[in-house]
Design a protein around this ligand. Structure first.
Ligand SMILES: *Cc1c(COP(=O)(O)O)cnc(C)c1O
Length: 463
């Protein structure tokens, strides 16, 4: 068959619109969408015929045209952002949405999502209220801060704090703390954007109190400390801790700002995790403002928390950028529920998914792994339970490796790479790690409730 005949074989739009399948499609999605999909699929087919000499493939694509049009229409109405199963073991996986919110919390959020709320309405006074009011008291109680607010994320929080308190002023910061956090957040760049003048002190590995003292003058606006969340300098090192820095700040009447990165409210070293500075310690040491992420170790929604002294929070609230960076009602609601859990440490560890996953014991994870392996019996693959190591992720605790268990799967009918891709393309995608020619699913980040769905997905991907 020559190419012209192939082109002639493509049905015209009018003809296709009389096909019973396409009539059904028009009814389901509307005529405009159906016509759009018919046009784009026939255009694609025409383009393929133009560039291909594979007659069998041309025939196959022509035969499946109607089915392709239906799939194109269905794809338009299938949400692109959807749940995935995290089999990587990385608890704060930034690409997978960082901290998950518990089912109980998301159920409580449902009414907020679909109806009106008192977001900025004081129900007692019958007057305008503040969106931070729903969690401010809770957070002050937990951290010992005088006041609290939140913006879109911690990058925004740092930017806003520096803009409100440091514009046109000099802000000394240690050279050992000029870090880049993932996604182009670089301390020197944020500082430049905020309008504050960065004054670098000390060296990469050593900074002494005198380094700050030496640069303080009448143009100094504040002192800044940044937690080097995602990297560590080891060996011949020295830094000025928050307590010493606050001492210097007090002596010169300067506020001390700390970007503490992950918002840790519980000393996690009790649970076998590396020590991370807590928000409470920083405030107790005398920091005027502390900012941290809502969706890292805190385990809440994406947000940038700003806590500290009333007078500074009041100034930040008045800054024009606050309006541009403000949180929405969903975030305000999720923050309140998250902080409520922190009223008791036990509740927080049990009810906040991030903390629960990080504190799971290898023994507990092994039980889940055994359950999954049992469910996978009879699959066309070599299945095993193996020891593995999970990571915290999200630029937090970069050196920590948590002993965990994975179910490893080596398919017999297809390559490991093809299997990994099929898992990713499932309606409920499963993201795992590939090593040693096997797909490994780390059970630390897979809730037991999802084991059935994981098994179903694995069987489907092995078909
Ligand atoms: C993660 C991090 C940020 C950025 O926080 P986001 O909430 O991701 O915007 C800023 N500073 C430090 C020290 C961090 O660890």
């Amino acid at each position: 068959m020559d190419k012209n005949a192939c082109f002639r074989n493509i049905p015209k739009v009018d003809v296709l619109l009389e096909d019973p399948d396409m009539i059904a499609l028009c009814e389901e999605y509307g005529r405009d969408i159906a016509v759009d999909c018919i046009r784009s699929c026939t255009d694609d087919l025409r383009a393929f015929i133009g560039k291909s000499d594979d007659m069998a493939e041309i025939q196959r694509r022509t035969d499946s045209l109607v089915a392709d049009i239906r799939r194109a229409a269905e794809a338009l109405f299938t949400p692109d952002l959807r749940p995935v199963i995290n089999g990587t073991g990385t608890v704060l996986h930034t690409n997978l949405g960082r901290a998950p919110i518990s089912r109980a919390h998301s159920e409580r959020m449902q009414a907020l999502v679909s109806g009106y709320s008192n977001l900025e309405y004081d129900l007692e006074a019958g007057a305008r209220g503040e969106r931070y009011s729903h969690f401010e008291k809770l957070l002050c109680r937990i951290t010992g801060a005088e006041a609290a607010m939140a913006v879109n994320n911690n990058a925004a929080a740092v930017f806003l704090v520096l803009s409100a308190l440091g514009v046109g002023k000099e802000i000394p910061v240690s050279r050992g703390e000029l870090v880049e956090i993932g996604g182009k957040f670089r301390v020197p760049d944020v500082m430049a954007q905020s309008g504050a003048v960065m004054v670098e002190v000390g060296t990469t590995n050593k900074t002494h109190p005198a380094d700050y003292e030496n640069v303080i003058n009448e143009n100094t606006g504040a002192l800044l400390k940044v937690h080097t969340s995602n990297f560590r300098i080891v060996g011949f090192t020295e830094s000025v801790d928050i307590k010493e820095l606050c001492g210097i700040g007090a002596k010169h009447g300067l506020p001390v700002i700390e970007d503490i990165g992950s918002g840790v409210l519980i000393d996690l070293s009790k649970y076998g995790l590396p020590y991370e500075p807590t928000v409470q310690e920083s405030l107790k040491a005398g920091a005027s403002i502390v900012c941290f992420s809502g969706d890292k170790l805190l385990g809440g929604p994406q947000a940038g928390m700003i806590v500290g002294k009333k007078e500074y929070i009041a100034r930040i609230k008045k800054h024009p950028m606050t309006r541009a960076l403000r949180i929405d009602k969903f975030t305000a609601g999720a923050l309140e529920l998250t902080f409520e859990e922190y009223l008791s440490e036990e509740r927080a560890i049990k009810n906040i998914p991030v903390l629960r996953m990080l504190t799971r014991t290898p023994y507990d994870i092994a039980e889940s792994a055994d359950k999954l392996a049992t469910m996978l019996k009879g699959a066309n693959a070599d299945i095993a339970v193996e020891e593995c190591e999970s990571q915290v992720g999200g630029g937090s605790m970069p050196l920590a490796r948590l002993a965990s268990r994975a179910v490893t799967i080596k398919p017999r009918n297809i390559s490991t790479a093809a299997f990994e891709e099929r898992l990713r393309r499932l309606p409920l995608p499963i993201v795992g790690r590939v090593y040693d020619d096997r797909v490994a699913l780390d059970l630390r980040t897979i809730d037991d409730e999802l084991l059935g769905a994981v098994a179903e997905g694995v069987f489907r991907a092995l078909e």
